[in-house]
Write a protein that binds this ligand. Structure first.
Ligand code: NAG
Ligand code: NAG
Ligand code: NAG
Ligand code: NAG
Ligand code: NAG
Ligand code: NAG
Ligand code: NAG
Ligand code: NAG
Ligand code: NAG
Ligand code: NAG
Ligand code: NAG
Ligand code: NAG
Length: 545
């Protein structure tokens, strides 16, 4: 998650020269050790703020490289997602997993995209100063979270939410005004995804060569960058992997608040897998399991007791913190044991203590959980968003949240407000948005990967993009959990990736009949518990009832 840091915001000097449309290698500075991560190489890359309007001025991106660990065959460009995830921090943590899946034969080049971090300009998006942040959101659901349990049928909770509709309507308008008058106002429109795609192409021109085929790996939101890239520059498509797919067609055609319903579609199943795996591990290996032969439902019931406590004794955002911690646990299965033994039991103990009248100083505020002082995520997704429909207001958005809780995900539907839900109120759209078609004829076929149960990008989204691209895409289902494929290894997926990179060979998986790959048996969810213990046939979650 993005960490905003005012003090670390760097200021750069910019060349006055107007950039030509043709990429110049001189736009890239010399490689040198990266800030914070000296074992990686970094450079700066000059970009026009607006590719269609030279008088808008220039920006500068921090570019980062993890060199091939074996005999080098080429370069793969990476966007790690978010939007808002830094390429620098991402390569510092994920380069090993990426090298493992590509035989160490490729340099990975990523960058802090527009809107991200202290080193790129325009970087982090500030609208409200840190010392005003808490008072600005004080008393709103942006600070407290949404008070809700079960299927959101408690009338007190429903009334409390709707009483926030006029409050948040006002606050979200005010946030827009603050962004337009704040320190980053003049660059707010220049951080959208189309510009990021042009940055990618410019980088490839500079690093690999003009008009070279571009190898690209997009994770999560990086798949939106990827879907836009392959359709904006179909002739530049080299080997492209879209992993943890966001449905680009939906993004281009749908009011943004509606996208949350799509994204959360597998979260409940992922949580079921987590609780089943915890039950199978037993109390010795997962503290949320209360008895040796308990079921996943027993784990759910145990956590629900804490949810009820936090709901009925509302103390300083603990319900929100518990819900957010539960949701965070689903992203990276290699951390399930930490969540089951450490983070979640700790959160639950804090709630138990506080509601018993004990230590309340341990309670933290939402902003420490979310570090949202930078508005990068709404700034990017809303810059790309379709034009706001004036009939969409907070009442409409709350109706949707209540319905999502009732029909899609009782556990996580109300974990927001999430950035997509603010776009109707966001004051800016990017000067260029790519809104289709998404089935252009590509120079090379692409590889789409989705997990069976990804809490943030359901497999159905990958399947839809595969359907749109037809025989220009191969679809692989990695039969596991987490957000994107990289947190659980699968020799089957690695073989597919390396074959694809080596000679363009792809498996036959299609939208309706994906190629299914198992997680390696060496990968455990909890001690003694593998993915195959909680997943059957790629579609059913096994339960021990
Ligand atoms: C180009 O950018 C300049 C400087 O921001 C702005 O004044 C002008 O209106 C822009 N032109 C177009 C066509 O958007
Ligand atoms: C990379 O592969 C090695 C050897 O198989 C393995 O030990 C290591 O855990 C892998 N790292 C990641 C992050 O997947
Ligand atoms: C954004 O605002 C910060 C804080 O005032 C400032 O340091 C930075 O230069 C601004 N960046 C842009 C791109 O306007
Ligand atoms: C939030 O509002 C309450 C009362 O409405 C006030 O006591 C508290 O000091 C405020 N907190 C902040 C951070 O402004
Ligand atoms: C919530 O609604 C779903 C679907 O309507 C239903 O299956 C479930 O039992 C309900 N849960 C509760 C706690 O009422
Ligand atoms: C609804 O929730 C409130 C707390 O928000 C609680 O006091 C009340 O008892 C609940 N009502 C029902 C019917 O459960
Ligand atoms: C949103 O629009 C509906 C329909 O026009 C209206 O009834 C409702 O009061 C509006 N909500 C807010 C918060 O303005
Ligand atoms: C758990 O179940 C197994 C097999 O059903 C049984 O042998 C064992 O005694 C049970 N353990 C406990 C603690 O109930
Ligand atoms: C809860 O209270 C117990 C007993 O006072 C204490 O040992 C424990 O550290 C507390 N846990 C938390 C998370 O505050
Ligand atoms: C209360 O919790 C905080 C944070 O975990 C801890 O630093 C403090 O020592 C605790 N106080 C008592 C009396 O347990
Ligand atoms: C591309 O998609 C559009 C609908 O978005 C469809 O009308 C068109 O036939 C498709 N083209 C090809 C070549 O499949
Ligand atoms: C796997 O799927 C097949 C066909 O749908 C079904 O017959 C079989 O029972 C399933 N296996 C398990 C273990 O659920």
């Amino acid at each position: 998650m993005l960490k905003a840091d005012w003090a670390a915001v760097a200021v750069f000097a910019f060349a006055n020269s107007v950039l030509t449309a043709q990429a110049q290698t001189s736009r890239l500075s010399k490689w040198a050790p990266c800030p914070q991560f000296a074992d990686l190489s970094c450079a700066y890359f000059d970009v026009p703020l607006d590719y269609h309007n030279t008088s808008a001025g220039n920006g500068q991106l921090l570019v980062v490289k993890a060199p091939a660990t074996g005999e080098r065959k080429g370069t793969i460009f990476l966007n790690p997602g978010g939007p808002g995830v830094s390429g620098l921090t991402s390569l510092s943590t994920d380069a090993e997993a990426l090298m493992n899946r590509t035989g160490g034969a490729y340099d990975f080049v990523s960058w802090d995209p527009r809107g991200v971090g202290p080193y790129t300009y325009p970087g982090n998006v500030y609208c409200i100063p840190d010392d005003e942040y808490a008072s600005f959101w004080n008393g709103t659901i942006e600070s407290t979270g949404i008070h809700q349990i079960g299927n959101f049928t408690n009338q007190t909770d429903i009334q409390a939410l709707y009483s926030q509709a006029p409050v948040l309507d006002q606050k979200w308008k005010e946030l827009g005004d603050r962004c337009l008058s704040g320190p980053n106002a003049t660059t707010l429109g220049y951080i959208g995804t189309a510009a990021t795609v042009r940055d990618l192409v410019g980088l490839a021109d500079a690093i690999v060569g003009p008009n070279s085929p571009i190898n690209y790996w997009g994770l999560s939101y990086g798949t939106l960058v990827g879907a836009w890239f392959i359709n904006m520059f179909p002739n530049r498509v080299g080997h492209v992997i879209l992993d943890g797919v966001l449905d680009a067609t939906r993004v281009a055609t749908t009011q943004s608040y509606k996208l949350w319903r799509d994204q959360i579609g597998s979260a409940e199943d992922a949580y079921t897998a987590f609780t089943n795996a915890c039950a199978l591990a037993g109390p010795d290996n997962c503290k949320l399991a209360t008895s040796a032969n308990g079921t996943g439902q027993d784990v759910v019931d145990y956590v629900n007791q804490a949810i009820m406590l936090a709901h009925d004794h509302p103390v300083a955002n603990q319900l929100l913190i518990l819900r957010a911690t539960m949701y965070s646990s689903l992203y990276q299965p290699q951390q399930w044991a930490d969540y089951g033994n450490d983070y979640l039991p700790q959160t639950i103990a804090t709630i138990q203590n506080a509601t018993a009248g004990g230590n309340t100083t341990a309670l933290t505020r939402r902003e420490q959980v979310f570090t949202q002082n930078s508005y990068t995520e709404p700034a990017v997704v809303c810059a790309d968003s379709v034009d706001a429909d004036p009939s969409v207001n907070t009442t409409v958005i709350f109706d949707d949240i209540v319905d999502i809780v009732r029909t899609v995900s009782p556990s996580f539907g109300a974990v927001g407000p999430v950035p997509w839900q603010r776009c109707s109120y966001w004051p800016v759209r990017a000067p260029e948005r790519y809104q289709g078609p998404f089935n252009r004829t590509l120079a090379n076929k692409v590889l789409l990967i989705g997990n069976a149960y990804d809490n943030a990008t359901p497999f159905a989204e990958a399947a839809h993009l595969a359907a749109v691209l037809g025989d220009q895409a191969a679809l692989v289902k990695q039969n596991g959990f987490g957000h994107t494929s990289i947190y659980q290894s699968s020799a089957c997926v690695t073989d597919i990736i390396t074959a694809y990179l080596n000679d363009g060979t792809l498996p036959s998986g299609t939208s309706s009949d994906p190629t299914v790959c198992a997680i390696d048996s060496s990968v455990e969810l909890f001690s003694g518990v593998e993915s195959v213990d909680v997943i059957v046939n790629g579609t059913d979650l096994s339960r021990r009832d």
